[in-house]
Design a protein around this ligand. Structure first.
Ligand SMILES: *[C@@H]1O[C@H](CO)[C@@H](O)[C@H](O)[C@H]1NC(C)=O
Ligand SMILES: *[C@@H]1O[C@H](CO)[C@@H](O)[C@H](O)[C@H]1NC(C)=O
Ligand SMILES: *[C@@H]1O[C@H](CO)[C@@H](O)[C@H](O)[C@H]1NC(C)=O
Ligand SMILES: *[C@@H]1O[C@H](CO)[C@@H](O)[C@H](O)[C@H]1NC(C)=O
Ligand SMILES: *[C@@H]1O[C@H](CO)[C@@H](O)[C@H](O)[C@H]1NC(C)=O
Ligand SMILES: *[C@@H]1O[C@H](CO)[C@@H](O)[C@H](O)[C@H]1NC(C)=O
Ligand SMILES: *[C@@H]1O[C@H](CO)[C@@H](O)[C@H](O)[C@H]1NC(C)=O
Ligand SMILES: *[C@@H]1O[C@H](CO)[C@@H](O)[C@H](O)[C@H]1NC(C)=O
Ligand SMILES: *[C@@H]1O[C@H](CO)[C@@H](O)[C@H](O)[C@H]1NC(C)=O
Length: 574
């Protein structure tokens, strides 16, 4: 299906690496959240402008005549603001559950893969698709999804390390000659941006129904990504799946962040009113008045230094504690520090015992230290001392935070508890989330959504998918009496409930009702195949109701109906 790419195409205000670098824990940004993006140059956008290439010359045509610019054959330039032709695309099915007309299609597009790296791209894309849909994250909704890989060869491998240059006249030039011009800014493991959104749009549009969520996959081994019209990810073994899940969460669930230090908290997982919030149906416990409880915590410190560490002077931060919270945690994210012993992290001089995640290499990772001790009232100091100078220039402290919590009676840390958990924005404004750390929209190293997000995932995907794929009519031998031919209607349903062919079967069911010419046919209730003995001609209606433990709110999207006309009886039916 085609989602709102047409609408997206109208939004031409695309930026070249000038998204405000908002400080937040994740460090990648959502293009669609940005209220103010800079328009390239002062050019009005002319949809009728045509562009074409002649050798190394990019020629732009307009009513006012032609003007051309030359560019070096060792580089490549793109006009960013008019319609582009899609790059050559080879479509490879990865995980397919059914026809694109009745599925939500996610497509990985390649960037920075040479022709001889085609297989690496397919392997990278398949690994990511499997990771997010096989036994976690999207596994229960997988029958609603198709995953495809779309290969376009690049002339250079990898992604750029500097933003594209504006050559004027809406023409930009990128460091690397790749189809979508992916790049990060410098060595900072944070956002990965695209220079040629119009090429991305043309690529997705050219696939029609087969592209609902385009994902630009950059051939780069380290952390980075971006949400928005396109989900941008890298092939990082550790972080690729993590960024993919989180960014698809933004795109499909239409929710903001759940982690602290962000600036956009909205959608089904964000509450701003303790009396009115979107997950009442999931609360684990209500107070005597039937209301929710607010879990007791405070943010003592948050910082997003994105700073390179050195061996001369440690990076440190001081913060106050009121001393009235029983427990606390220290969170940090680091990049470019591969070995234990390379870094010492201390709180008030006491070693936190940091060691890198297994196989992290130079990639970014997130660490969380929980303490059941009470911080004393007054000032504390958290200090990061780089001990090994080998990785000077890449050893980076990305983010750090200190949270304080009440006792387990006041703040439930147990997974699976649904309540009102305070979330602190970049300016320490409080909103609420449903769980402490169950959701990948907060704790990105968690592979799953919380139940609130999962329910929204189902309902949003079901906007564009019906439970009935097709209905087929035939004249078949009656199952209990093969000599007799009977009219048979065979309903093709999404492989959910008892039709799932996976090990993980949530508590779910289909209820099927049949009618003929408006009159109920109770003998066929719950049957996907019906054999009609007499008078088969007429109008049949099948109503399919779906129920799953993962959806608690009522929605018309849980029911599909299909009407089918039988125009002639079986030749020798009686
Ligand atoms: C899910 O699959 C991944 C990789 O296939 C594996 O590492 C992980 O342990 C699995 N998780 C569960 C809960 O089975
Ligand atoms: C790669 O180079 C060829 C020949 O110069 C050019 O036609 C093509 O557009 C380039 N592709 C990319 C993605 O830059
Ligand atoms: C955040 O706000 C709370 C009050 O809502 C305050 O107690 C806390 O000290 C603030 N944290 C910081 C780091 O300013
Ligand atoms: C070393 O890091 C500290 C803490 O971030 C910083 O203040 C100092 O300027 C850095 N020194 C050099 C030489 O970069
Ligand atoms: C700690 O709190 C005291 C008293 O409220 C205040 O004077 C001081 O500036 C605070 N220090 C820090 C590092 O926030
Ligand atoms: C998908 O669902 C949305 C919301 O119901 C609707 O506006 C849109 O037209 C649907 N698109 C398709 C292709 O069905
Ligand atoms: C209906 O027929 C089509 C075409 O032969 C087939 O692909 C589909 O699986 C059939 N559906 C059912 C429910 O038998
Ligand atoms: C399955 O769902 C039904 C209907 O929601 C419910 O009555 C039943 O208790 C559930 N069974 C289990 C094992 O959760
Ligand atoms: C049809 O299936 C639903 C869901 O499993 C079940 O609750 C209902 O009792 C069934 N009805 C009949 C008539 O079998």
């Amino acid at each position: 299906m085609m989602l709102s790419l047409v609408a997206a195409f109208a939004v031409f205000l695309h930026v070249l690496g000038v998204y405000a670098h908002v400080n937040n824990l994740m460090g990648w940004e959502s293009a669609s959240d940005k209220p103010s993006v800079k328009q390239l140059g002062n050019h009005a956008i002319d949809l009728n402008m045509e562009s074409r290439r002649a050798g190394n010359l990019l020629v732009q045509g307009s009513q006012n005549g032609f003007h051309g610019i030359e560019y070096d054959s060792s580089t490549d330039a793109h006009e960013i603001s008019s319609e582009a032709t899609p790059p050559p695309l080879e479509i490879i099915p990865l995980i397919i559950s059914g026809p694109s007309t009745n599925r939500v299609d996610l497509v990985f597009f390649s960037d920075g893969y040479l022709p001889q790296e085609r297989q690496k791209f397919i392997d990278d894309a398949l690994r990511l698709a499997v990771d997010v849909s096989k036994n976690q994250t999207f596994n229960t909704v997988q029958p609603l999804l198709n995953f495809w890989a779309a290969f376009s060869p690049s002339n250079e491998t990898g992604i750029g390390n500097e933003g594209p240059k504006d050559l004027g006249s809406r023409v930009v030039i990128c460091e690397k000659r790749t189809p979508f011009g992916l790049y990060r800014v410098g060595t900072e493991l944070r956002g990965v941006y695209y220079a040629y959104p119009n090429v991305g749009r043309a690529a997705c549009d050219s696939l029609g129904e087969q592209c609902d969520y385009p994902i630009l996959l950059g051939n780069d081994p380290l952390y980075g990504g971006l949400g928005g019209d396109f989900t941008v990810i890298t092939a990082s073994i550790l972080n690729g799946p993590l960024v993919l899940r989180h960014e698809l969460g933004h795109s499909i669930l239409e929710v903001g962040e759940e982690y602290d230090g962000g600036y956009a908290y909205f959608g089904s997982n964000a509450g701003h009113d303790t009396k009115d919030f979107p997950w009442k149906q999931w609360l684990s416990r209500v107070d005597q008045l039937g209301g929710p409880r607010i879990e007791r915590s405070v943010m003592a410190m948050q910082a997003y230094p994105w700073t390179l560490l050195n061996t001369t002077t440690p990076w440190s931060v001081s913060f106050n504690s009121s001393g009235t919270y029983e427990r606390y945690s220290v969170q940090l994210s680091l990049a470019g520090i591969p070995n234990k012993g390379d870094l010492l992290v201390t709180l008030d001089g006491v070693d936190l015992g940091w060691e890198p995640r297994t196989a992290v290499g130079m990639d970014r990772w997130f660490y969380n230290y929980f303490s059941s001790a009470t911080l004393s009232p007054g000032i504390h100091e958290l200090k990061f001392s780089l001990l090994n100078g080998e990785n000077l220039g890449s050893a980076q402290l990305c983010s750090t935070e200190i949270l304080e919590y009440g006792s387990e009676d006041e703040f439930v840390t147990e997974p699976g508890f649904y309540s009102l958990y305070p979330t602190y924005s970049d300016v320490n404004e409080t909103s609420y989330r449903p769980t402490n750390g169950d959701c990948l929209m907060r704790a990105v190293t968690t592979p799953n959504f919380c139940k609130v997000c999962l329910e929204t995932l189902w309902l949003n995907l079901l906007r564009n998918v019906t439970f009935i794929d097709d209905i087929n009519e035939s004249c078949s031998q009656r199952s209990d009496s093969p000599s007799i031919l009977v009219k048979t209607l065979r309903l093709g349903l999404l492989p959910l409930a008892h039709l799932r062919n996976s090990d993980i079967i949530p508590n779910e069911s289909y209820t099927i009702f049949w009618k003929k010419n408006g009159k109920a046919l109770p003998q066929y209730t719950n049957k996907t195949v019906i054999e009609i003995e007499e008078d088969s001609v007429g109008e049949y209606t099948a109503t399919v109701k779906f129920s799953t433990e993962e959806i608690r709110i009522n929605s018309p999207r849980l029911e599909s109906e299909l009407t089918y006309q039988v125009v002639e009886p079986c030749k020798d039916s009686r």
